[in-house]
Design a protein. Structure first.
Length: 307
């Protein structure tokens, strides 16, 4: 069994090595104390250069403690940086830092960091993409004007033509236009897409009968809390910067159970304003609208008077 904290130290080492391939990153490196000449073991030692010209060295310390690091820990590390002759000191804490420790580190140009390995995001929300899912849904069409003896089911209506195009295709086109307009408005106003409706007026090729149909669309709207986003990388508390990969929660596109997954919460406010740092999954499937209309094919045509 390895020493306590060795796994954490190695994880920081692997991250540092991948951060800048041109740098020399050493694990468990030994340096001589500049005061006594005795060997000192460094968790991670980095040899690099500024702008590829001036050499510099970075001492990285990894603290796998159950508690947050306090001001005394920072003071001890400041002495380690001086004693090894490093140009910069970076300290990683698995449990985080107290506020006085962060202030002490800032006063001594020490960078305080945390390493995340597919862990929930608990960093400032401004650094995390907030995730949203919007899925369009078609509501059953409604006949608002016009009747005929041979119009009984929606199938009999869908197969009729106007200007050489089936009424089914006219409805699908109206749905696509309504959905696009709603989506474009949501992008322009930075808010969730709003429900919509359109009235479609058509004259039948065979009888000249004029029909008006109303088609409506709605949106299922969901958001995931920032904690549902997983981080894989390093967060520097001193500079409030994150370097790595953010992964949003999984999306069940079938909406089993009426939602895209356990991590998602429904938005009921249609005027909800979207944050600037957002990641949106928009499920817009014209083929789904065709399938939905065809499922209503055997139903009796509903008119406005019946609704």
């Amino acid at each position: 069994m390895g020493k306590p904290g060795i796994e954490f130290q190695r994880a920081v080492y692997e991250f540092a090595k991948a951060l800048r391939p041109g740098a020399e990153v050493l694990f468990k490196h030994t340096m001589l104390d500049r005061d006594t000449g005795t060997p000192r073991e460094c968790d991670v030692w980095i040899k690099t250069s500024f702008a590829g010209h001036w050499p510099m060295s970075i001492l990285v310390s990894c603290k796998d403690h159950a508690r947050k690091l306090h001001i005394g820990d920072i003071g001890t590390f400041c002495d380690e940086v001086r004693s090894t002759g490093a140009n910069m000191g970076v300290i990683y804490s698995k449990a985080g830092f107290t506020r006085p420790a962060l202030e002490k580190a800032k006063a001594n140009s020490i960078q305080c960091c945390r390493l995340y390995r597919n862990e929930p995001a608990d960093i400032p929300i401004s650094l995390v993409f907030q995730c949203f899912v919007f899925a369009s849904r078609l509501i059953a069409p409604l006949l608002t004007r016009g009747t005929a003896d041979n119009i009984t089911t929606w199938n009999s209506l869908f197969n009729m033509t106007s200007c050489g195009v089936t009424l089914l295709d006219h409805l699908l086109r109206a749905y696509e236009v309504g959905e696009n307009e709603s989506w474009d408005e949501s992008v322009r106003l930075s808010r969730v897409p709003a429900d919509w409706q359109r009235t479609l007026g058509l004259e039948l090729d065979t009888s000249g009968l004029r029909l008006e149909m109303q088609i409506k669309g709605t949106w299922m709207r969901f958001f995931a809390s920032p904690e549902a986003t997983l981080l894989n990388g390093s967060y520097c508390l001193s500079e409030e910067r994150f370097k790595g990969v953010l992964a949003g929660p999984a999306v069940d596109t079938w909406f089993a159970g009426g939602s895209p997954g356990e991590a998602w919460t429904e938005i009921t406010d249609a005027t909800f304003t979207l944050p600037p740092n957002r990641m949106i999954c928009g499920l817009r499937k014209p083929s789904g609208a065709r399938d939905a209309l065809l499922k209503w094919g055997n139903r009796i045509v509903q008119s406005e008077a019946q609704s």
